[in-house]
Design a protein around this ligand. Structure first.
Ligand code: C2E
Ligand code: MG
Ligand code: MG
Ligand code: MG
Length: 289
C-alpha cells in the first residue's frame, strides 16, 4: 500500500492502478471456478523423431477456455494459479485429461501404440509428496503405462527446496515415470542439477534454436548441450524448431528429437485425432491443415 511502500510514499492516486488490481481480482475469481466448470482445456504439440520424422510423443499444453474471452494462453493464468494456490487442482485436471487422451490415441490408431506424453509441472507441484500419489492414481485410472509419461520440470521448479524436489523425483522415478528438464540453458541452469537429479531427457530452450544455422554462438551452445546430454545417456529434444533449416541444423548437431511450429503447432485434441486417423502424423511432418 502507499502507506508502507517506501518508494510509493508520495505516489498520487492513479486510476489505472486501481483498474489493474480489479482486473486481476476478476481474473482470479473466474480462475477459481474454471477447473470445476470444465474450462481448462488441453492442447497437444507433436514431438518428432528427427531420423524417421515420426511423431513419438505429444506435449500437453494447458489453455483456459474462458467464456466470452476465448482461449487464454498459459502465461496469462499459470503464474496467477501458482500465486493463488490453484495450481495443484489445475495440474491434476491437465494430467488426467492428457493421460486419458493419449491412452485412447494409443488404443485407436495403428502406429501410435508407443505414443508418449509430456506434461509440465509447476514449481509448487513438485513441492509435495501428494504429487506422487496423484500421478500413480491417474495412471491407474487411465491405463497409460507409467513409462509413457514424461513429466517436464524447469530448473526454477527445483531451486526452492532441492532436497524435497529430489525426494519427489525419486518417488516419480520409482513409479516408472520419466523426467525431463524443460527450457534447459535458460533461467537458473546449473550443471549440478544434471548430476543430482534423476533426469532422463533434456529439452533445449527454444532461444537457442532461434539463431540456427547462421549463428556460430547458438550452434556452439546446441552442439555442446546435445553432446552433454548424449554423454550422460539422456534423450535430447530441440524446442522451438520453426523452419526446415533449423530442423536440418539440429539433426546435423546430433539431436535425436525436436518440437516446434515447423512440425506442428499445439492443437486441440480433435485436430490430432484427425491427423493420426489420416496417417499424416507418421509422415515427414505433421501437416496442420
Ligand atoms: P513449455 O513447456 O516450454 O512449452 C512449449 C511452449 O513453446 C508452448 O507455449 C508452445 O506453444 C511454444 N512453442 C512450441 N513450438 C514453438 C515454436 O516453434 N516457436 C515458438 N515461438 N513457440 C513454440 P505455451 O503453450 O504458450 O506454453 C507456455 C509455457 O506455459 C510452457 O512452456 C510451460 O512452461 C507452461 N505450461 C503450459 N501448460 C502447462 C501446464 O499444464 N502446467 C504447467 N505447470 N505449465 C504449463
Ligand atoms: Mg514443457
Ligand atoms: Mg520448454
Ligand atoms: Mg517454458
Amino acid at each position: 500500500s502507499a502507506k508502507h511502500g517506501g518508494k510509493r510514499r508520495h505516489a498520487t492516486y492513479q486510476p489505472q492502478m486501481h483498474t489493474r488490481v480489479r482486473r486481476r481480482q476478476e481474473l482470479a475469481t473466474a480462475l477459481e471456478r474454471a477447473a470445476g466448470r470444465g474450462e481448462i482445456a488441453v492442447h497437444y504439440q507433436p514431438i518428432v523423431d528427427l531420423a524417421s520424422g515420426r511423431t513419438v510423443a505429444v506435449e500437453a499444453l494447458a489453455r483456459w477456455d474462458r467464456p466470452d474471452h476465448g482461449m487464454l494462453a498459459p502465461d496469462v493464468f499459470i503464474p496467477l494459479a501458482e500465486e493463488i494456490g490453484l495450481m495443484a487442482e489445475i495440474g491434476r485436471v491437465v494430467l488426467r485429461e492428457a493421460c486419458s487422451r493419449v491412452a485412447s490415441w494409443r488404443r485407436t490408431f495403428p502406429g501410435m501404440e508407443d505414443l508418449r506424453l509430456g506434461v509440465n509441472l509447476a514449481p509448487s507441484e513438485i513441492g509435495g509428496r501428494a504429487l506422487v500419489e496423484d500421478v500413480a492414481s491417474v495412471l491407474a485410472e487411465t491405463g497409460l503405462p507409467p513409462d509413457r509419461l514424461m513429466l517436464e520440470i524447469t530448473e526454477s521448479g527445483v531451486m526452492g527446496n532441492p532436497g524435497e524436489a529430489l525426494a519427489v523425483m525419486v518417488g516419480l522415478r520409482d513409479l516408472g515415470v520419466s523426467l525431463a528438464l524443460d527450457d534447459f540453458g535458460t533461467g537458473h541452469s546449473s550443471l549440478a542439477h544434471l548430476r543430482e537429479f534423476p533426469i532422463d531427457t533434456l529439452k533445449i530452450a527454444r532461444e537457442f534454436a532461434t539463431g540456427l544455422p547462421d549463428s556460430a554462438v547458438d550452434t556452439a551452445f546446441v552442439e555442446t548441450i546435445v553432446r552433454l546430454g548424449r554423454s550422460l545417456g539422456l534423450d535430447v529434444v530441440a524446442e522451438g524448431i520453426e523452419s526446415a533449416r533449423q530442423a536440418d541444423a539440429v539433426t546435423a548437431l546430433g539431436c535425436a528429437f525436436a518440437q516446434g511450429f515447423y512440425f506442428g503447432e499445439p492443437l486441440a485434441p480433435l485436430g490430432l485425432t484427425f491427423a493420426f486417423g489420416s496417417g499424416s502424423a507418421t509422415g515427414a511432418a505433421l501437416q496442420v491443415a
